[in-house]
Design a protein around this ligand. Sequence first.
Ligand code: ADP
Length: 299
Amino acid sequence: VVASIGNLNFDLYLRISELPGPDENVEALDLYTGGGGSAANFAVAVARMGLGARFIGAVGDDPLGEISLRELRSEGVDVTFVKRVRGMRSGVVVVLVHPDGVKRMLSHRGANLGLTPADLTVDKFSGVRHIHLATGRTELILRAKEIAREIGATVSVDGGTALARKGLEIVKAAVEGVDVVFMNHVEAKLLANTGDHKSAIERLARELRAGELVITLGPIGAVAFKEGKLLQVDAFKVNAVDTTGAGDSFAAAYIAMYLEGRDLYEKLLFANAAAAIKVTRPGARSSPRRDEVVSFLES
Ligand code: ADP
């Protein structure tokens, strides 16, 4: 079983032609709703890789929380240990999508913040061989590392912008000893305090003490650093329609290969392929099944 820790959201996508002004109403062109939250997206993506998936997070005691959990269950994700926070609203993200594809996001983290390190107890990790943290909350990362040590599980961290914003010293302490660290190039540049992704990678490879450092480069591909070696693998050329959740899809596919003991090239290739399929489909949870990735790579 692979456990993922972090946010679960209910996403509301509204396609709009213009932004409303103060006290103004604009009719949306279209509405799409679906599950979101990086850790929950990862859990779904990893379940589609054919692995056991357990999501550890928190919802409120509202109908949106119910819907979000039902969606995860329908994907075969174990939600037994999701915390119900009384009197709080579940996480909601409103995404305003303009005709040119530009997105504006409004998020309410709500009950997600109700998950605390004290909730991460060993009993919730029975049968878990890998823990993925899709959160920038260092207190959760530090606690999960302790549990992983106790149960002999490996750990990956994808802290997103929230983690990168905390600065190099805090991130160094948080990811020390982590097996795989994921970030995108924007986060890498922010963290390394440079505008150039090559020097960002070099600096982070030097500074972070993690087993593998994997930096995704959007349509360019991804680069990984392990034991003094740097390897870049190009992205696949596809017609991208929605890159939401591409990083989660990438990480889940990478971890599936990591757990099989594949080499760096195989991991990057497979993860690029999974993410390439994901970006050709709308929605944050449109990651492919393992067999889809295999046929994509054979074609
Ligand atoms: P995030 O979604 O976390 O911001 P990226 O934008 O770097 O991360 O995308 C993650 C991965 O998704 C990339 O490493 C690549 O494999 C794939 N990807 C993203 N955008 C495209 C694209 N336009 N075409 C093909 N693959 C893409």
